[in-house]
Design a protein. Structure first.
Length: 122
């Protein structure tokens, strides 16, 4: 298991990811529903699922040793957003303004995977 320094780093990684994610998703909850019920449903459903996942990151950050098995759920979640974004941007079907968010999620997925490996040692 990681030492004190690494433990603090892992704690802040997951707590930071959870806070960042909640801030990134919050505007989706705050926008008016609009006339298209199906689009509103998908937006709110995505925001709800994404928000719940941010709570998972906060839980992992609170006790990464206890919740270590859930780190891979976080990796999968980050990749399930980043990969479709990149593919759709590449096809010209998604606004390139989404690229920074896809890159952030790819980096977080890599960091989460490294954190899992780090907590497995020792």
């Amino acid at each position: 298991m990681p030492g004190d320094r690494e433990g603090r780093m892992l704690r802040w990684l997951f707590l930071g990811a959870g806070v960042y994610g909640l801030l990134a998703v919050a505007p989706l909850w705050l926008r008016p529903a609009g006339a298209d019920g199906a689009a509103a449903f998908f937006r709110y459903a995505f925001a709800g699922a994404a928000g719940a996942t941010q709570l998972l990151y906060l839980a992992i950050g609170s006790d990464f040793r206890r919740f270590r098995p859930l780190i891979w759920v976080g990796v999968a979640s980050k990749l399930s957003f980043a990969i479709p974004c990149l593919l759709l941007i590449g096809e010209g079907r998604l606004d390139p303004a989404m690229l920074p968010f896809a890159i952030i999620d790819l980096l977080l997925a890599a960091a989460f995977a490294a954190a899992s490996a780090m907590t497995r040692r020792g």
